[in-house]
Ligand binder design. Structure first.
Ligand SMILES: C[S@@+](CC[C@H](N)C(=O)[O-])C[C@H]1O[C@@H](n2cnc3c(N)ncnc32)[C@H](O)[C@@H]1O
Length: 277
C-alpha cells in the first residue's frame, strides 16, 4: 500500500483541513444516518480513500464490524478488491442472530457488488489462524474491543498478516487507553509509526467520533509473534474473552447496575480532552 499517496490525497476529499472540516461528498452522511453504528462521516471518507488506494494483490481487513457502517463506507464504489471483516457479535448485548441479520441486510444494500468475506469469531483467534486471509493486508481498520491489552494485541497479532507497507487505522484513538497501548507497543516493535491523528474534541464528536489515528507499518524484518506477545494473546482468548462474555451477559440482565459500574471503571481510560494520558 502506498501510504504516502494516501496522506497526500486525503486533504482533497475534505473542504479544508480534515481535522476541522467535513468531507466534500455528502454520501458519507447518508450512510452514517442509514446504517446504525459508531463511525462518523469523516471516518468513512478516510476508510473509503484507503480502500480505493489498496493494490489488487493486497486486501482490506476490518475488526469490529457491528452492523456494518464502517464496512459499507469502506467498500463504496470500490471494485476488484477483497474485504475481510471479523466480528464476534458479543458487545452491546448483541443478540447474535439479530445483529447478524441487520449486518447482512446493510451489506446487501450497500456492499452487494463488493467482495466481502465475514469471518465470525474472536479476532485474536482468527488472526492467528494460518491462511485466514488469502493475501497481505494493505489496509487494516481496528474497531474491536477497547482495552489496553486488546489494542496492544490488535497490532501485535495482526503484524504477521500485514503487507510490507500497510496503513493501519485505529478507531477511538483519542481515548487514553488506546494511546497507552500504542506507546507500549511501538516501544518494542520496529517499523511502526503514528502518521496522523484526527482527535475528537468531545466524546462522540460528530466529526471524528472518539478519534481516528493512522499508523503506518513498514516491515524491517520478518514478522512473527514473540513468545511474550503469544502469551498475552493466549490470556486474551482463554481468560479475558470469558470474562467479557459474562460481563456482556450481565449487562443484558442488569443494564442499570452494569452501566454505572462500567462508567466508573472506564471514566479515566476513555476521558477525551484532558484525561490522564
Ligand atoms: C464499536 S463496534 C464496531 C462499530 C463499527 N465499526 C461501526 O462502524 O459501527 C465494536 C465491535 O467489535 C466487536 N468485537 C469486540 N471484540 C471483538 C473480538 N475479540 N473479535 C471480534 N469482534 C469483536 C463487537 O462485537 C462490536 O460489534
Amino acid at each position: 500500500m502506498d501510504t504516502a499517496r494516501f496522506f497526500a490525497e486525503l486533504p482533497s476529499h475534505f473542504a479544508g483541513d480534515p481535522q476541522e472540516h467535513d468531507p466534500i461528498d455528502s454520501g458519507w452522511d447518508v450512510i452514517a444516518k442509514d446504517v446504525s453504528g459508531f463511525t462518523s462521516p469523516n471516518e468513512l471518507a478516510v476508510l473509503n480513500l484507503a480502500a480505493r488506494l489498496l493494490p489488487a494483490e493486497e486486501c482490506y481487513l476490518e475488526v469490529g464490524t457491528f452492523k456494518g457502517r464502517s464496512l459499507c463506507g469502506a467498500v463504496r464504489d470500490v471494485s476488484g478488491r477483497k474485504f475481510y471483516a471479523m466480528e464476534n457479535f458479543m458487545e452491546f448485548g448483541m443478540a447474535g442472530e439479530l445483529a447478524r441479520a441487520e449486518l447482512l441486510d446493510n451489506l446487501g444494500r450497500y456492499a452487494a457488488d463488493a467482495d466481502v468475506e465475514l469471518l465470525e469469531g474472536d479476532c485474536f483467534r482468527l488472526m492467528a489462524t494460518p491462511g485466514v486471509v488469502d493475501r497481505p493486508v494493505g489496509v487494516y481498520f481496528y474497531d474491536g474491543e477497547h482495552t489496553q491489552l486488546s489494542h496492544y494485541l490488535a497490532l501485535a497479532v495482526a503484524e504477521p498478516l500485514l503487507a510490507d507497507e500497510t496503513l493501519v487505522l485505529v478507531d477511538d484513538a483519542s481515548w487514553p487507553v488506546v494511546q497507552r497501548a500504542h506507546r507500549l507497543f511501538l516501544k518494542s516493535h520496529p517499523g511502526w509509526s503514528i502518521e496522523a491523528t484526527w482527535d475528537a474534541r468531545e466524546a462522540d464528536d460528530p466529526r471524528w467520533a472518539n478519534g481516528l489515528h493512522a499508523l503506518v507499518f513498514r516491515r524491517t524484518a520478518p514478522s512473527r509473534l514473540s513468545r511474550r506477545d503469544e502469551a498475552l494473546r493466549r490470556y486474551q482468548v482463554s481468560v479475558q474473552d470469558r470474562v467479557n462474555a459474562v460481563a456482556w451477559k450481565a449487562a443484558g440482565v442488569m443494564p442499570g447496575v452494569v452501566k454505572s459500574g462500567a462508567r466508573l471503571l472506564l471514566s479515566r481510560s476513555r476521558a477525551i480532552g484532558g484525561g490522564q494520558r
